[in-house]
Write a protein of this length. Structure first.
Lengths: 185, 495
């Protein structure tokens, strides 16, 4: 049976209420005209979030699950389609666990890697300039999410995109892509 | 001026080079998420200052026009609208791409640009004075209510999550209040950060909520955007399919024209409203959001028929209907073509020539679509480990290039993470973006209306247009809940 309150959705809504309350609190010292519109917005938004909680509470248990079950698609000659179809079937029978848990953990792993790559890239960009981010992304995503035997391919793509980016943005448009905390070109 | 004179005026080699050049720059600007027509025109203008006014305006007009089409390409192929005006196209364009029908969707989009644009131009050439006169009847209260109606209808479009759509719109409107207050000039909700004093930058937010969050979603899987791994259908299939929906085309064109002449509401709203209208009038609403061609047709036709209206309002009244139109207005003035009612007689050659060139631009769009669509559709087959960094790099470049500041990149990434969490929590970012776009206009008109009425909220219910808009807003919000009840009653009566 599906839960009435999905954890992520509930946490997000609680955070939103906290966010709007914070803004209302911050706005209390603003001039009357400056705070009027955000106060109305904040009040209405909090009201809608509470309504959304009521809606979730009134929702019959298992409704979400019932909506999600679909008829299996007809088999296809294409192997890739067939694999996808089976994956869909597995997702639909989530209670059987196994495959779904493995798939979910792989997705989580790849997402975490993606987030870490992006966060590290911000540091690299801050220190050395935006251009350094370009090869970093292509090589990291290629190695971590692609086929590790094809490293040379990813390096060539990274180098080509970096050169094109440099030529088009820095040389032609004058956008300083190598301006960071460590140096400035 | 006779038609022959206008044609001979436009068909010089300089003007044709300007048309093709502006079109190509517009395509690149449109395809790069976040740059958009406004930034594209601003970047190109210093290079064109010495051209004669007609040639310069043809370049800019074509750039403006084609960038809109370019934005629909990324909306369909990468789930990332090039501009807020393409937001509705992703709702069904991207699912079509996932099904391997990217070429068909591009065909629908290009044909929408052709038909919507030409119908828009032809109608507006004849009816622009009448439309502009009616639009002038709109006061601050009416403008505020049009924006509220637009937000409510977008929230209603999101099936089963109307309240979440409204919350999302509320977040967008609230984010628009960050920075200096539009009336009193008092800084609000900046948390002491200098870069927030001018408000939450729209392009950076757009890049984050669509491009970065989409890249994160793509990074979860090892496949490509096209989950079926092959392409079905072509540009021509889309071209032919387009004309099988005549009612959608007519309704969307009318909506686009109407929203085009409303200052400051513009293209970002028209596509979404037309999408909602098509969804509600469809016999198969359950197919929307899953790759329904009518969704792409409605969005693209309305957006493209809106654009000429947007320009007419800009040229005839000097009131821009969008950020892009505002830049175009500034460029017109810089070229010595002062917008206003007299411009049609004083600069008839430039204005008529510009309108004719814009009709030619529609043909350019189809040629570009026809030649490039098969290659563009192949984007959906590129493996995720290559498309993900490409999406991130291109979109962050757009974000960085505006002010050359890493803080903009950090902001985009922040909004990207927020957008990803929102999607996972079941919140659609489209109402948020529309709220962010319309926020300043809504607040300005809210205060103006209250100033006119001496602080009485009765002004929002005073005119017939206000009452009609309130009724439509309520209907759009309550409608989805009443429809099942209505169907049951109807079936019971029928039995």
């Amino acid at each position: 049976m599906a839960k009435r309150f999905r954890p992520l959705e509930t946490i997000f809504k609680v955070c939103l209420i906290a966010f709007f309350l914070l803004l209302l609190w911050m706005g209390r010292d603003y001039p009357a005209k400056s705070r009027l519109f955000p106060q109305i917005l904040g009040g209405i938004s909090i009201l809608f979030i509470l309504l959304s909680f009521v809606q979730d509470f009134l929702k019959p248990k298992g409704e979400r699950k019932a909506e999600g079950v679909k008829k299996p698609e007809p088999a296809s000659a294409d192997v890739r389609e067939e694999t996808l179809r089976r994956l869909k079937e597995v997702e639909e029978h989530a209670d059987d666990a196994g495959y779904v848990e493995l798939e979910a953990s792989l997705k989580r792993k790849r997402l975490t890697q993606g987030v870490i790559i992006i966060l590290i890239s911000l540091g690299i960009g801050y220190l050395g300039g935006f251009l350094l981010i370009v090869p970093f992304y292509f090589i990291c995503f290629g190695i971590l999410h692609g086929d590790r035997k094809k490293v040379a391919k990813y390096v060539i793509i990274a180098a080509a995109v970096t050169v094109v980016t440099y030529l088009s943005f820095t040389s032609l448009m004058g956008v300083p892509l190598l301006r960071g905390a460590l140096w400035e070109f | 001026m006779s038609i022959y004179e206008i044609i001979s005026l436009v068909l010089t080699w300089q003007n044709l080079v300007a048309l093709v050049g502006g079109g190509l720059v517009g395509l690149i600007v449109g395809v790069l998420p976040g740059i958009g027509p406004a930034a594209g025109m601003a970047l190109a203008f210093p290079l064109l200052m010495n051209l004669n006014p007609l040639t310069g305006l043809i370049f800019m007009g074509t750039l403006y026009r084609v960038s809109n089409y370019g934005g629909s390409i990324t909306a369909i192929m990468l789930n990332t609208p090039g501009d807020a005006s393409n937001a509705a196209t992703i709702l069904d364009g991207y699912p079509m791409c996932e099904k391997g029908q990217g070429g068909v969707a591009l065909g629908l989009s290009a044909t929408g640009a052709l038909v919507g644009g030409i119908l828009g131009l032809v109608v507006l050439i004849f009816f622009s004075p009448l439309l502009a006169e009616f639009a002038l009847k709109f006061g601050p209260a009416e403008y505020l209510l049009v924006a509220v109606f637009a937000l409510s209808i977008i929230a209603a479009v999101i099936k089963g999550a109307t309240i979440k759509g409204l919350i999302s719109a509320g977040i967008g409107l609230t984010l628009a209040t960050v920075g200096y207050d539009v009336i009193a000039g008092h800084p609000r909700f900046t948390f002491g950060l200098d870069f927030l004093e001018d408000g939450v930058p729209f392009i950076q937010a757009l890049v984050g909520f669509f491009a970065i969050s989409q890249a994160l979603s793509l990074s979860e899987t090892t496949l490509a955007i096209s989950k079926v791994g092959k392409l079905a259908g072509s540009f021509w299939v889309g071209f032919k399919l387009y004309f099988k929906y005549p009612m959608v085309i007519i309704r969307s064109t009318i909506l686009g024209l109407w929203f085009g002449v409303l200052p400051a509401v513009g293209q970002s709203t028209s596509g979404l409203i037309a999408y909602a209208d098509t969804l509600k009038s469809s016999k198969h609403p359950e197919t929307f959001g899953k790759g329904e061609p009518a969704g792409v047709i409605a969005s693209e036709t309305a957006t493209n028929s809106c654009m000429p209206g947007d320009l007419v309002c800009t040229i005839a009244l000097g009131i821009p209907g969008s950020v892009g139109a505002a830049i175009f207005l500034s460029i017109m003035i810089a070229f010595g073509v002062i917008p206003g009612p007299l411009v049609f007689s004083e600069k008839a050659d430039v204005i008529n020539g510009l309108f004719f060139a814009l009709i030619l631009t529609q043909v350019f769009i189809v040629i570009v679509g026809l030649t490039l669509a098969p290659y563009l559709a192949r984007i959906s087959l590129i493996p995720n480990e290559i498309i993900v960094p490409a999406v991130i790099v291109v979109s962050l470049l757009g974000s960085y290039g505006i002010r050359n500041m890493m803080v903009d990149v950090i902001l985009s990434v922040f909004f990207g993470f927020l957008g990803y969490v929102m999607k996972k929590a079941g919140f659609n970012p489209i109402p948020l973006i529309l709220g962010l776009v319309l926020g300043e206009m809504v607040e300005k008109n809210f205060h103006r209306a209250l100033m006119i009425s001496g602080g009485s909220y009765g002004i929002f219910f005073s005119s017939f247009i206000c009452k009609l808009l309130i009724f439509l807003t309520i209907l759009s919000l309550v409608g989805p809940y009443l429809m099942p009840v209505w169907r049951r009653v109807y079936q019971a009566v029928k039995k």
